[in-house]
Design a protein around this ligand. Sequence first.
Ligand code: NAD
Length: 522
Amino acid sequence: GDHVASGVREAFRVDSPNVVYTDKEIRSKYTYRTTNVVRDGNGTFVARPQATAYEFTVDRKIPKVGVMLVGWGGNNGTTITAGIIANRSKLTWETREGPRTANYYGSLIMGSTMKLGTDTKTNRDVNIPFHDVLPMVHPNDLVIGGWDISRMNLADAMDRAAVLEPTLKAQVRKQMANLVPLPSIYYPDFIAANQGDRVDNVLAGSTASMSHVEQIRRDIREFKQTHHLDKVIVQWTANTERYADLLDGVNDTAENLLRSIREGHGEISPSSIFAVASILEGAPFINGSPQNTFVPGVVQLAEKHEAFIAGDDFKSGQTKMKSALADFLINAGIKLTSIASYNHLGNNDGKNLSEQKQFRSKEISKSTVIDDMVEANTVLYQPGEHPDHTVVIKYMPAVGDNKRALDEYYAEIFLGGHQTISIFNVCEDSLLASPLIIDLVLVAEMMTRIRWRTLTAGDDSSFKGFHSVLSILSYMLKAPMTPPGTPVVNSLAKQRAALTNIFRACVGLEPESDMTLEHKLL
Ligand code: NAD
């Protein structure tokens, strides 16, 4: 088949009888190999290799995509918007350390590579940009819009955020000044009272209502029409809300949730309203904050409408380190016994988190990140045993967006010895988070174009999409949500491997096994 889609040359082509390229799609047959385990009568594990044949199709037409951010006027919202404008126009600006040019550092999709295979001539690895593995949208082509409870235009909001260099701001200012967030939903009970002074751009009503859902749906539709978009993806990067109480008959099922919204129930959060509106519009919805937006009723509604949802909470700094370092220690056979994590930050996120209920949301999402690694190591940990783990966050206005994260890892080593690792991580919070927001959009969009079916003898079942809960986005999320009843994976390496290998499977390539037998059996 032809491997050039709409005049764009692809980075590689798979030459295999299992992979077919047409103008419209890439079709691949792929055998997924797993191991089934049972216990025999003596309690011995019996492991049985299992093979399942799948067929995948990848829609090759790269759509025109819009991103609508809830909290567009915040630190993340303004930073992503300026960052995309800067990349699109290939801007260069002066800094104290010399000129800097726009890039996408910190984006897994735009800034990292994947091993395609081994060059038969040189015997060396051939690596390609992650972005080139599947026909993905380029972030420069994203159209950005959104809502905020503050009406400030994005140029002034970028000044308020105090993240970017003045020389960069000067170059994007004109374009940013034309961008003004749509009025949003504000239920004061859900975010910190200290946010009240920026509220001047809200829809009438301070508890849930169907008219709020309808207005958000109209906003999504109008944005789509105005910019001639094929698809819109909605992402919550607004303030962290308090948790909503899970109440029987209120938010436990899709039906009850919709009724509660109609009745104006006080336990429905603004983020859940945005999720519901997005689901009903068929727009993937991603929650970048820690609160429980996805109450059971929201998840059920998404499943019913086969709409994509993902969350929770961007995994940018401290937790990303934790999901790599705890994994390293425990998999090295070292018994991690405590993690003490302190943060201080001085941006508006920190201000909002200085109230107890909002802090509690963050504390929960930061606390569960090593559970799966601990549970998996039955040599080091008895059932139910867990390292001590404390998370502290303090608001320190002076440091602004330059968040500090101090972590002490304390572990037991050979014969009663101890290892202590202290980390002091300093970085501009929004510059770490923004590329993740882009990755979430690009991967979520890609997943809307991948379909699958099983290929068992005599089976001609039709193609379907992935489960509504997009756990493939876990690498970018602190407390990854998975389809109900399925295990959570927190280990950063495993999350990356899942993303890499699912993408590979979609073009009929085997998982990256890292065995490199070709170099070991010479
Ligand atoms: P921010 O406070 O600068 O921005 C949030 C914006 O949301 C503000 O402009 C605010 O006016 C707006 N807002 C609040 N409620 C709203 C509503 N109901 N509708 C529309 N807009 C609303 O915060 P930020 O630094 O941009 O972070 C955004 C969120 O991302 C926070 O919840 C934070 O916890 C989360 N997060 C950030 C990072 C990071 O590294 N920056 C990492 C993980 C999670």
